[in-house]
Design a protein around this ligand. Sequence first.
Ligand code: PEP
Ligand code: MN
Length: 359
Amino acid sequence: MIVVLRPNLAQADIDLVIEEVAKLGYEPRPIIGKVQTVIAAIGDERTHNSLDSLTTLPQVENVLRVQKRYKLASKEARPTPTIVEAHGVRIGAGEKFCMMAGPCSVESEEQLMTTAKAVKERGAVFLRGGAFKPRTSPYEFQGLGKPGLELLAKARKEFDLGIVTEVLAEKDVELVAEYADILQIGARNAQNYALITASAKTGRPILLKRGLSMRMEEWLLAAEYVLAAGNPNVILCERGIRTFETYTRNTLDLGAVAIVKNESHLPIVVDPSQGCGRADMVVELCKAAAALNADGLLVEVHPNPAEAWSDGQQQVDLIRYSQLVEALKPFIAAVGRPPTGAVATVSPTRQAITAQALG
Ligand code: PEP
Ligand code: MN
């Protein structure tokens, strides 16, 4: 860190600050200027206490940070991209564009299976769906809980899709981790460090949404909690931030994709659904995310959005989801990525096989 002193200080004042810097565990190296002196404080800022407190001294004008506060999440710590593996799928730079799609909430077997089948047929590799829902109002649908997780497990088995689902509370971490291939930490919990750490300790990959008013540094520091807990598998998810704009539910900050690519080795996916809160904008925002070389998308899809139990206004129906997958292709190709998971017909479900066998 650099401690900038006020101009024209007496030597005794300079010495006092030098002493304080040393007391805080840094090696002080004063650089004496004609008018102003600065003290280079040598030490690892990421593990030592900050020197910001020195600004309370009348001799100190400012304290400047040199290193990034996030250590493990930074590119300096790891120049090569992290590839997160879940359900046999590799997510990260240079890998296939990863489609994670499914309903906002798990509502019923029919709703989930219909969606799972449709997204699988269109190349998705993960099924998203909340069994525990963070709702602004306590009177709104809170999710099916464990039965919802069981339905996700059923869809996983039937369609060979990995499961991305949210863990809302520390008490449910073990339960949700049993069913999830990727544990989602939602925007409202993006700075719940106890939940993040407990989730990280399960060893499951973590999809860390950006908090509603989180700065990039805060978001990367939240990811740092996962890494510091010994879990290297973090996927960041840009899902829009709260701004003064009311046309959209949130403002999808696509610049965040470029920033994360500059600053970190971690994969980043984009959630346009929470990002704009309007089904009619989702396709365009997906194209933009793919063009920015995001590592994938988390998209809300519902067979009948008008009847959805949560976030109906932003979920695309199956027809629009098909259009979306088609529309994405040139953008994925333009950034030189392999196309998303094979768009193939689903292998017959077990029921179909049974039906066939029974003639
Ligand atoms: C969701 O994915 O449905 C959700 C609630 O996301 P967020 O935490 O980003 O609001
Ligand atoms: Mn939602």
